[in-house]
Design a protein around this ligand. Sequence first.
Ligand code: IDP
Ligand code: MG
Length: 139
Amino acid sequence: MQRTFAVIKPDAVAAGYQGAIVSRIQESGLKVVAMKAIRLSEAQARGFYHVHSERPFFNDLVTFMTEGPIVAMVLEGEDAIKRWRDLMGPTNASEAPKGTLRGDFGTNIERNATHGSDAVDTAAFEVGYFFSGLELAGL
Ligand code: IDP
Ligand code: MG
């Protein structure tokens, strides 16, 4: 069993795609073990994406991620990190195949509907950044 961190980004929440995206997660067999809607502050978004702080798109990314509420989730299943990345599709939503979440619900390389951890260590950091132990217990 593995856990990964997932986000429905502000573009997809504003468009009302939360329900469809959660359905696709559940249909894939991944279990939603924690979920909350929040609006990130600028500092919180910068902290979440700190690995990208030197990238040219960082400031735009922070602006995007703070423009409205997000839905943060912890997903569980065998090989959950890779399975969630596969369900999302490639980063650039304008090139993502139909049938992937980014292909179906995203717009472009920035406004791409969803986030997913890319490795065991980033999943651990991201789950802990958004959820306390109490919020993860008992499910
Ligand atoms: P990922 O979300 O597929 O793991 P990353 O390279 O980790 O992709 O980038 C994090 C997020 O930053 C992307 O999901 C996207 O929203 C945004 N992003 C990535 N590359 C670019 C870019 O070249 N221009 C604008 N935004 C980008
Ligand atoms: Mg990434």
